[in-house]
Ligand binder design. Structure first.
Ligand SMILES: NC(=O)c1ccc[n+]([C@@H]2O[C@H](COP(=O)([O-])OP(=O)(O)OC[C@H]3O[C@@H](n4cnc5c(N)ncnc54)[C@H](OP(=O)(O)O)[C@@H]3O)[C@@H](O)[C@H]2O)c1
Length: 263
């Protein structure tokens, strides 16, 4: 066998010339992924529901690494928001060739009490909006024969929470879509993958985890006995969004400190 020893990992992770939309990147995991991609040179489109201090500070952090980055807004529970986001992007640059579908909504309700509108809203933001953004960005990715799509799922795909049945189902549906589409777009140089986080210390968990008894219950279930920080997702996202991950598609990378493993 003839070896190519010029691996040049630095070049494989380099994202200069790429445009990355990270939905829900005003805060939490999406914010860390946005900063990580910017650090490696991507022009990043930061996104939040509306203009906010969170969005401004996230954009400022991203711009330190990638000055041409900008922000867009929109509530993904409205079916037309993916189109509106695309229109906002087109005022600055071409549509993205890296798509990180991170925004989600999550309600805690017993499954037999879930009102239809709550179920529909979760499916709209966590699944339908992801599909719509993938459909919007696919033609450009196909034309340039390079694209990266990463959805953010949840460990609840494997280990459902008793009060979040629809949230878990929406994440499993999204991951199934990833595997389905990955096979169909691979020949265009487009990869499609899912990242499934475990328990991350972000705003959405702040209230629940501030209860010491509940927090202990949770950390006792995690083999590492710690929560993750938002930045713990950034490395995996960079791998999947760069040339270093070009042969990874249809995969599900679980970042959960071992939470999904049977005890
Ligand atoms: N944190 C965890 O432990 C955990 C575990 C498993 C999976 N996840 C998944 O990881 C992803 C990020 O979670 P996170 O904890 O980092 O979230 P987070 O801190 O709650 O931030 C959520 C982000 O999504 C945006 N967002 C919320 N509702 C939206 C809507 N209707 N339309 C558009 N954007 C919306 C928010 O925008 P604004 O800032 O403008 O409000 C915010 O930027 C989610 O997909 C979540 O399901 C998280």
């Amino acid at each position: 066998m003839k070896y190519d020893d010029d691996i040049n990992l630095e070049k494989k992770f380099d994202l200069h010339g790429r445009r990355a939309l990270v939905t829900g990147s005003a805060r939490g995991i999406g914010r860390a992924i946005a900063i990580g991609l910017a650090e490696y040179g991507a022009q990043v489109i930061v996104h939040g529901v509306s203009q906010s201090e969170h969005l401004e500070t996230a954009l400022a952090a991203v711009k330190k690494h990638s000055p041409h980055s900008f922000s867009v807004i929109g509530d993904l529970s409205f079916p037309n928001t993916p189109n509106s986001i695309a229109e906002q992007i087109k005022q600055h640059c071409q549509l993205p060739d890296i798509l990180v579908l991170n925004a989600s909504v999550q309600y805690r309700t017993k499954w037999f009490e879930i009102p239809l509108e709550e179920a529909v809203r979760q499916m709209q933001v966590n699944f339908n909006a992801s599909l719509a953004l993938m459909q919007i960005c696919f033609p450009l990715m196909r034309e340039q024969r390079w694209g990266r799509i990463v959805t953010i799922g949840s460990v609840q795909e494997f280990r459902p929470h008793p009060d979040m049945a629809i949230y878990a189902a929406s994440k499993s549906a999204q991951e199934n879509l990833v595997r389905n589409v990955a096979r169909q777009v691979a020949s265009y140089g487009i990869t499609v993958n899912n990242i499934a986080p475990g328990v991350f210390a972000t705003d959405r968990n702040e209230e629940a985890l501030s209860n010491p008894e509940y927090a202990k219950l949770i950390t006792d279930c995690i083999p590492t006995h710690t929560y993750a920080e938002p930045s713990d997702a950034a490395g995996a996202a960079l791998l999947l969004c760069s040339d270093a991950g070009r042969y990874i598609t249809g995969a599900n990378i679980v970042i959960d400190g071992g939470l999904r493993l049977p005890g």
